[in-house]
Design a protein around this ligand. Structure first.
Ligand SMILES: [Zn+2]
Length: 438
């Protein structure tokens, strides 16, 4: 056992330049890196965790309290390492030399390319075992987040305990530290299979709510604007809240919206859009909303932030279109443009919305209502198909939407998004993952 008085290697030296270099490089690795499993904030580079753990688990060979057995075993393991540099035989004999070689090994092992190399794994684990011959060290990380530290602890042959307050972090930890090591490629294969099944089923169920264009083009994005009404006397026009009129700024595919105002006898003034190819930035007016104020496109009046908030609150944030009984849009969110892909053509196309775009949304609203009604009829079993839990209270860091009338988690999505999420959730639930994995 390492005596309490003995300093750990990391307390006296650390190969910081090499480890930093490998940690920086690791950020650009996408394929096969655990960070691609799920997004997580402030993920620690595995390189730094691996190196720091080794530095903390190993004693400093120059410390007078460093166990002689560790130094003897460490020398044997390092000299047995395949392809070790010439000169190690000579340098390793002194304690200073052993320290230097341990630091060199820690630096080289932090390279992502060596992280699964059996030679490095054996030496790394061998050194940890040499430092802790009586029992396997336990690495505890109570706020493990993305799990870099416990993952590296397992790699070094330690036992690991990881926890977190956030349930998403817990799920990442469970999959990365338990499920993947236990089931490996079998799990990946099963996930691919089940994922494809869920996609197929959900696409079938949702097809009528995401119709293809008559010409065969597939809409890939719907560009919406929330709307408020101008409160200036004699106007009352609808103001679509838009930060910008640009649709695409790519040099060879510049597209933007421009508007004209229609004034019909006995009706409120109305804004109509068209899509055009601007020659220069100057042709594009500024958006209608800036610093929470909205500017009317018909009369130029400005609606104060308080009034914008009040109007959007009445629409629960305003993400949804309001229809009359016949499916005609009478307010709420307005479609500005639809982005499509055409078969056999590259690049995106932009078109104005049509009544069938709105029809699909209207149908989605009716379908979601049926799902919710059925849930109520059946005694509200389990979770509501649309998340109805309240958002955190006003003032919670990162949540500023409550002032706009979005008070429940479900208010963050449009009806069609809610229907899609509920459908994917239901398909996932139905799909039976084989018992061996669960
Ligand atoms: Zn106006």
């Amino acid at each position: 056992m390492i005596p309490k008085e003995c300093k750990r290697l990391a307390e006296v030296d650390f190969p910081i330049a090499v480890v930093s270099k490998h940690a920086a490089r690791e950020k650009s690795i996408r394929h096969g890196h655990p960070s691609t499993l799920h997004l997580w904030w402030a993920r620690r580079p595995l390189a730094a965790c691996r190196a720091m753990l080794l530095g903390l688990l190993l004693p400093d060979p120059c410390d007078p309290y460093c166990p002689g057995d560790f130094k003897k075993e460490a020398r044997r393991i390092l000299l047995d390492m395949n392809g070790h540099p010439r000169g190690w035989e000579r340098d390793i004999q002194s304690d200073e030399g052993l320290r230097k070689i341990l630091l060199k090994f820690i630096g080289d092992f932090s390279d992502w390319d060596n992280s699964a190399n059996p030679v490095y794994l054996d030496v790394g684990r061998g050194l940890v075992k040499a430092a802790h011959p009586e029992e396997t060290p336990l690495v505890v990380d109570p706020f493990a987040g993305g799990g870099s530290i416990p993952l590296e602890a397992l790699r070094l042959g330690c036992e690991a305990f990881a926890s977190d307050l956030n349930p998403v972090a817990c799920l990442i930890l469970k999959v990365m530290l338990e499920d993947i090591p236990r089931h490996g490629s079998e799990l990946a294969e099963e996930l691919r299979h089940v994922g494809a099944e869920i996609k197929k089923e959900a696409e079938k169920e949702l097809a009528e709510f995401y119709p293809k264009d008559p010409g065969g083009a597939t809409p890939i994005a719907y560009l919406w604007a929330r709307t408020v009404n101008c409160e200036s006397p004699n106007c009352g026009a609808e103001i679509p809240l838009m930060r910008s009129f640009w649709l695409c700024k790519k040099a060879n595919r510049r597209r933007a919206l421009r508007h004209k105002v229609l004034r019909m006898e006995g009706d409120l003034p109305r804004v109509e859009f068209e899509i055009f190819e601007p020659e220069s930035e100057k042709e594009i007016p500024g958006g209608t909303v800036s610093r929470a104020r909205a500017t009317c496109l018909c009369c130029g009046a400005v609606l104060s932030p308080e009034r914008v908030r009040a109007q959007l609150s009445e629409q629960r944030g305003g993400a949804d279109t309001v229809f009359d009984g016949n499916g005609k849009r009478i307010g709420g969110a307005r479609l500005l443009a639809v982005v499509t892909l055409r078969p056999g053509e590259t690049g995106r196309h932009y078109r104005l919305p049509t009544s069938s775009d709105y029809q699909a949304v209207w149908k989605a609203q009716k379908r979601l209502q049926e799902i919710l009604d059925a849930w109520v009829r059946e005694g509200r079993k389990g979770l509501c198909p649309v998340p109805d839990e309240p958002l955190p209270p006003i003032g919670t860091l990162g949540f500023r939407v409550q002032r706009y009338g979005m008070l429940k988690w479900g208010d963050l999505f449009t009806t069609r998004q809610k229907l899609s999420l509920a459908t994917i959730g239901r398909c996932a639930h139905r799909e039976n993952v084989s018992d061996s994995i669960v």
